[in-house]
Design a protein around this ligand. Structure first.
Ligand SMILES: [Zn+2]
Length: 263
């Protein structure tokens, strides 16, 4: 498998890969620069973790040819995506917008619907589940969907319980599948890992995986697993142990889901 290094992924989207590889971040966080060809300004999605080299690289690539950064967007608040937001905002004098008002700086919280910045047209699609504040962005002109950590370029994601909820996550996957098919999207640009060419198939596989895990968790509980970690030991036996703490969060989300509807 060719290692993922970022670069131009669609006509209007370029990925700047952050140097923070790890079991949870895969090759590192994908920072995206979105710009109309030849336009004087760009949108930055997910500036990435606090890292001086990455910040300098993002600012330099965004500012290539004298371009200005018009807007910084966040797919969610996890620090590997948002940590550099304030520093970049100060450096390039651009506002930060996210679903969570506490992450915004000089800009309004995001809402579902159309958004235009730097002549780039986006559609904001709230997709709670990985976290409560997760959003995806449709880059209509390129038929692309930026998914943050809701759908990754490889492997599966974590439902970061208690902030992330499985009920919400499954609903969000269904919503994304609908958005992909109704808009004929052809590219999935994830928050980690390589871009994908068949977003509908990737989302369907995510849904199938979640439901399969849920059945395994149900079976483990029926067989006597009485704590989240006991379930992890059974259901995630095939998964590298460095991922077990994350798996435990997902299991808590699944146990919560199995307990049924509540407020
Ligand atoms: Zn995340």
């Amino acid at each position: 498998m060719t290692p993922w290094t970022g670069g131009q992924v669609t006509e209007r989207a370029t990925c700047v890969l952050a140097p923070n590889p790890g079991p949870m971040t895969l090759d590192g966080t994908n920072t995206y620069l979105l710009a109309e060809p030849g336009a004087p300004s760009v949108v930055v999605v997910d500036p990435g973790p606090v890292d001086d080299r990455h910040l300098a690289r993002v600012a330099a690539m965004a500012g290539a040819g004298g371009r200005a950064v018009e807007l910084i967007l966040l797919t969610h608040g996890h620090l590997d995506h948002s940590g550099a937001a304030r520093a970049l905002a100060d450096l390039v004098a651009a506002p930060v917008r996210a679903l969570d008002p506490s992450l915004c700086q000089g800009g309004e919280p995001l809402e579902a619907g159309e958004l235009e910045a730097a002549a780039v047209r986006l559609v904001v699609v709230p997709t709670p589940g990985h976290t409560a504040d997760s959003v995806c962005f449709v880059l209509s002109a390129d038929g692309a969907l930026l998914t943050g950590d809701t759908v990754l370029g490889r492997g599966t994601t974590v439902v970061a319980h208690p902030d992330g909820r499985l009920d919400d996550y499954l609903t969000s996957l269904d919503h994304l599948a609908e958005v992909v098919s109704s808009r004929g999207l052809r590219h999935l640009l994830p928050g980690h890992g390589p871009s994908q060419r068949r977003p509908g198939a990737v989302i369907a596989a995510y849904k199938a995986h979640r439901l399969e895990r849920l059945e395994q968790v149900r079976a483990a509980v029926a067989a006597g697993a009485d704590t989240a970690m006991a379930v992890v030991r059974t259901v995630y036996a095939d998964v590298d142990r460095s991922l077990w703490p994350a798996a435990e969060q997902s299991v808590r989300a699944q146990l919560d889901h199995l307990r049924g509807p509540h407020s």
